[in-house]
Design a binder for this molecule. Structure first.
Ligand code: HC1
Ligand code: SF4
Length: 559
């Protein structure tokens, strides 16, 4: 154990990687724009500067902690320094805060208030740059960029894609795709991870709120909602509900008051996916063809595989994602119900920005209509609830609608890395015995490592599994699979670190404690679930005998 003195207090530290982490551990929330613990240290914003007992001023994010250090975090020199940085940033920043999507969330705005900046002495002489709205998932507004580089490093270091980079020099510097291309012309997979780290409104979610309000207001339209697994442990974030707490019932109650007609759970769609994907795995194990089987529920991953490894495309499961299976089922049910003359519109509430692009893919249309009409992210729904004036913290929870309001714990854990695999293994082992369930959870599929490996016995056959989160790790694994260096039977990939709980549409900031709370929140839902296996969901069993009979391929699979 070593010690340093921070603002006259002795603080112990062990393996913290920089002085900033020790300061934060001591309870002082030193401001930063460009520091994220999972990214390389950039040290560009200089907001985290501190002063030592010899008067040296340095960026605490780039300094290794040493025993005996004496530092101060808020001297007059530092206050002046931080205010000057903020003032200069604001001078070249478009200041339409009241109408900005990130109003109330923006770190620049928050720090300007916190540090008492109430006047900017300099004019913004920068020319207005065009806003890039070509992506179906995110919007890029360079006028609001403060060049912290968080998005550049996230896309490169976590996702291994490198869509964004710095271009031009001096006062003309911008973050943009290479060769001045627009987002829709790049390899962007729409994961929104760049948006999750952007401290301002420079990268935002593509909003679909207005058209959904119009549908809700239309009496001739039946608006059906499905709620993704990871939404329930994040929707409470902006209402003072403890992080990771399951707020599904409260969300259902709020959506009813907002005018949505029927409210269901994507966990039910996940149960359907488990049924189909486990069947597909068994078939492929038997035929030996197209192994490993790659999961298909994460649209960011599917696009990444298509872009980077088109030769491995045939390995992607033909199963539609839970969102798409459920959407197709709801639309089919509406087509069969001739008594109801209303138009059915399916809205998904998702933690993910890439889901906005998934619904537009041509294979996700049945009988000429989109299976899911709109995707709203958790963040957009948070705004809609606030707009309605509902306080989620105090609203009484309500139950989901029937008949699709029943789902298993296996469906719930889809929202966390390893969850799809665990759910499929439960189906294959086909036992709700506590020891068997525990044995599956200890195979190595749980945890937050970028790559996890497990070998399980399915019948007589040893099945080799890889579970990946983060596309950079996925890309490295795909290279090894391509060259024959790595052999697996089943590979689960989630584009976002830790799975959908940190999706690009979730409320920010998503610090380490929030990530942990959301992850534990989903496992808690599974622990409390009465049904643990997807195949034990009675509604699913009935569906296969009824509406789905003979239509499994049409509604649940892609070519
Ligand atoms: Fe996901 Fe999925 S788990 S992809 O992360 O398979 O978005 O939550 O809805 O479709 O169920 C997202 C989450 C989500 C699908 C499911
Ligand atoms: Fe990169 Fe994802 Fe952002 Fe696209 S959405 S630029 S892939 S981080």
């Amino acid at each position: 154990m070593s010690y340093m003195t921070i603002n006259n207090r002795r603080v112990a530290f062990t393996d913290e990687k920089n002085v900033l982490s020790v300061i934060r551990k001591s309870g002082i929330d030193l401001p930063t724009f460009c520091y994220h613990s999972e990214l390389s240290t950039y040290g560009a914003c200089r907001m985290c500067v501190v002063e030592d007992d010899r008067g040296r001023v340095f960026a605490s994010c780039s300094e290794t902690p040493r025993d005996g250090m004496v530092i101060y975090t808020n001297t007059p020199r530092l206050q002046h320094h931080r205010k000057m940085i903020l003032e200069l940033l604001l001078a070249s920043h478009c200041r339409d805060c009241t109408t900005c999507r990130e109003n109330g969330v923006c770190v620049l705005q928050k720090l300007a208030r916190q540090l008492g900046i109430n006047y900017v002495r300099f004019e913004n002489t920068k020319p207005q740059l065009p806003i890039d709205e070509t992506s179906d998932c995110i919007v890029l507004d360079s006028n609001k960029c403060i060049l912290c580089g968080d998005c550049v490093r996230t896309c490169e270091e976590i996702q291994g894609i490198g869509v964004l980079d710095f271009a031009f020099r001096g006062s003309k510097m911008q973050v943009t795709p290479a060769f001045n291309r627009r987002m829709a012309e790049t390899d962007c997979v729409g994961c929104g991870q760049c948006r999750s780290v952007c401290p301002t409104g420079a990268i935002t979610i593509k909003y679909n709120v207005s058209p959904v309000w119009r549908e809700v207001a239309d009496p001739n339209t039946r608006v059906v909602v499905q709620i993704a697994p990871a939404v329930r442990v994040a929707i409470g974030d902006k209402f003072g509900i403890p992080k990771g707490e399951n707020s599904l019932g409260k969300l259902v109650a709020a959506l009813r008051r907002m005018g949505f007609d029927e409210i269901y759970d994507t966990n039910f769609g996940a149960d359907l996916t488990v049924m189909e994907e486990s069947k597909e795995l068994l078939e492929r194990l038997e035929s030996g063809q197209n192994l490993p089987l790659f999961t298909s529920c994460c649209p960011g991953w599917v696009k990444f595989c298509e872009n980077r490894f088109p030769e491995l495309r045939g390995h992607i499961s033909t199963c539609r994602s839970p969102q798409q299976m459920f959407g197709a089922l709801l639309k089919e049910e509406a087509r069969m119900n001739e008594a109801d003359k209303r138009r059915t519109v399916v809205v998904s509430i998702m933690p993910c920005t890439a889901k906005k692009a998934e619904i537009l893919r041509p294979e996700h249309m049945t009988e000429g209509e989109q299976d899911v009409d709109y995707v709203l992210t958790t963040t957009e729904v948070t705004r809609m609830i606030q707009e309605t004036g509902i306080d989620l913290a105090v609203i009484e929870p309500e139950a989901l609608d029937m008949p699709f309001g029943i789902s298993s714990g296996a469906g719930a854990i889809f929202g966390v890395t390893g969850g799809v695999t665990e759910a499929v293994l439960r189906r294959l082992m086909n036992s709700s015995n506590v020891e068997v369930l525990e044995e599956i959870s200890y195979t190595g599929v749980r945890g937050v490592d970028g790559l996890k490996e497990a070998t399980v016995l399915v019948g007589e056959r040893e099945v080799k599994i890889a579970v990946v989160n983060g596309l950079k790790t996925a890309g490295e694994l795909m290279e090894r699979i391509k060259t024959g260096e790595a052999h697996y039977d089943f590979v689960e990939v989630m584009a976002c670190k830790r799975g959908c709980i940190t999706g690009g549409g979730q409320p920010v900031p998503i610090g380490p404690r929030t990530k942990k709370a959301r992850l534990e929140g989903l496992y808690k839902i599974d622990n409390m679930a009465q049904i643990k296996l997807s195949n034990e969901n009675p509604i699913i069993q009935n569906l296969y005998q009824g509406l789905l009979k003979g239509k499994e391929h049409k509604l649940l699979h892609n070519e």
